[in-house]
Design a protein around this ligand. Structure first.
Ligand code: ADP
Ligand code: MG
Length: 479
């Protein structure tokens, strides 16, 4: 009945309210009955702010919840409301860490986040720490823990080093630099470090921030003459600094300078620093040498694309966490189909579960195959030169600019030749056409590149492995 109160604040004429409330309650109930466990999980972090003739106003506890509900529940909810009310319905979202009347009670095991976000039941905390703690709770995903991270050969070093940074044993390297492609678990490990440290030492001052956010805060502090506060937060009020996606600092000299001093202050005080990046330190563009050498002074641990066994284990883990019943054959099929990015693998699983709960069909192999074929059909014809260049850049961890540049360094030149070879193979483009697509090179350059890679592929298993990995990536990047 908490939703009733929310209606009082809306401008809807009184006689409309029962009709809307009824429609809302039915839409909500329908969603709940289709997937009771995930309903509780998500809707315990959402509240109804109000509703009028065409607008439904919802509030989520954080952006993560908002995005999830938007993607997985909103379309169905809105369709149902529109059907009942006979009018188009728009949804307006707001985010607030404090919810007065969530749409349902949290599950027992998911209540930790609510407690830790200083809800009514939480312990009183010193006010200085609590503002930062609030901020932290809002950004940390409660599911990104060490226990929920599947370890395999592709990520075991990064996992062990992250655990050690959180005080979980083993030698602690400072800084720890985690490098790896997108969607492979870097942010997950960062959050896991924060969760573990806070569990072991609830008073620890953990700062988790993306490099983009760090930059924005820095600029704001400069503008509002609050540099002392900014420095105190990052240098004195910080027992562990987690800086995500450092590649964002490329070319931002003033922020780099500030971060350099932050880094030194923390390291001198022996406070752990963990940094993630989509490139190895030496490959970071427009990053000053002194920062690069700081990054390499501890441990650089990389995360690679997980092998099939690890992918299967990840799918199983995610299904278990989301309460999705999943047979082994479907788990294997998913892992075989989506190869290069764990985020996409997770996305495929969630889509299957959503579709299954909406249609009432169980997630069996036939259903999964049909769905995956629909959303990610084999579409070699749709691959473009840009797709291939992007896949090659991701694989060799370089920028597109480098790939197309005149740089003749062996590694860059090899990646370029591989890209040309794949374009020729997949697209059957003419040599002059490809020359133009690769920074206006002569067609004879393309011809000899293609021939060279052909020869190498036949005799060098390592080259063949590179090509297979990129081809796999292309095959799974459709959706
Ligand atoms: P990145 O920061 O490297 O781009 P994320 O940490 O955001 O990637 O991971 C993307 C998704 O994949 C997250 O939902 C994360 O939980 C999941 N994920 C990645 N690697 C693993 C793993 N080894 N075990 C479990 N989940 C994983
Ligand atoms: Mg990330």
């Amino acid at each position: 009945m908490t939703q009733l109160q929310a209606f009082h604040d809306t401008l809807t004429p009184m006689h409309e309210i029962p009709k809307q409330l009824g429609a809302w309650a039915r839409a909500l109930e329908r969603t709940r009955s289709r997937s009771p466990s995930s309903f509780e999980q998500w809707f315990s972090s959402v509240q109804l702010d109000g509703m009028d003739a065409n607008v439904l106003r919802l509030c989520a506890q954080n952006e993560f919840v908002r995005d999830w509900v938007k993607t997985h529940f909103q379309p169905d909810l809105v369709a149902h409301l529109e059907q009942s009310l006979g009018a188009p319905m728009r949804v307006e979202w707001r985010v607030s860490a404090e919810l007065d009347s969530p749409l349902c009670e949290p599950k027992a095991h998911s209540s930790r986040r609510r407690r830790s976000s200083a809800g009514p039941t939480s312990e009183p905390r010193p006010s200085l720490v609590s503002a930062d703690r609030e901020r932290l709770s809002a950004v940390l995903n409660p599911k990104h823990t060490f226990a929920n991270f599947v370890v395999g050969p592709s990520n075991e070093l990064a996992y062990a080093a992250a655990l050690a940074s959180a005080g979980g044993g083993g030698p602690r390297y400072n800084p720890l630099f985690i490098a790896g492609g997108t969607g492979l678990g870097k942010t997950h490990l960062m959050h896991a470090i924060a969760h573990k440290l806070l569990e072991d030492r609830p008073d620890a001052r953990v700062v988790y921030v993306s490099a983009e956010h760090f930059t924005n805060e820095f600029i704001e502090a400069l503008q509002h003459h609050k540099m002392d506060e900014f420095r105190s937060r990052y240098r004195q009020q910080c027992d562990l600094l987690l800086l995500d996606d450092i590649q964002f600092l490329a070319g931002r000299e003033q922020t780099q300078e500030e971060f350099f001093h932050t880094f030194n202050a923390l390291r001198d005080a022996d406070k752990p620093i963990v940094v993630t990046s989509d490139k190895y330190p030496q490959q970071l563009q427009r990053m000053p040498e002194r920062l690069v050498s700081r990054f390499t002074s501890g441990l650089v641990a990389d995360i690679q694309v997980p092998q099939l066994e690890t992918r299967v284990a990840i799918v199983r883990k995610k299904a278990e966490l989301e309460g999705i019943p999943l047979t082994d054959d479907v788990a294997v099929m998913l892992a075989q189909t989506v190869k290069s990015n764990v985020r996409e693998l997770e996305g495929a699983l969630i889509r299957l579960a959503a579709k299954s709960s909406l249609t009432g069909r169980p997630v069996d192999l036939a259903f999964a195959q049909a769905e995956l074929a629909r959303v990610a059909p084999q579409r070699p014809d749709l691959v473009s030169v840009e797709d291939i260049q992007r896949a090659v850049c991701t694989h060799f961890r370089m920028s597109n600019a480098e790939l197309l540049s005149k740089d003749r360094h062996k590694s860059v030149a090899f990646a370029r030749q591989v890209a040309m070879y794949l374009c020729r193979q997949r697209l059957k483009s003419s040599f002059p056409e490809l020359g133009r697509a690769f920074g206006n090179r002569d067609h004879t350059t393309v011809m000899s590149a293609v021939r060279r890679v052909e020869e190498l592929r036949a005799k060098d298993p390592q080259v063949n492995a590179h090509l297979e990995a990129i081809e796999q990536q292309l095959a799974s990047s459709g959706e």
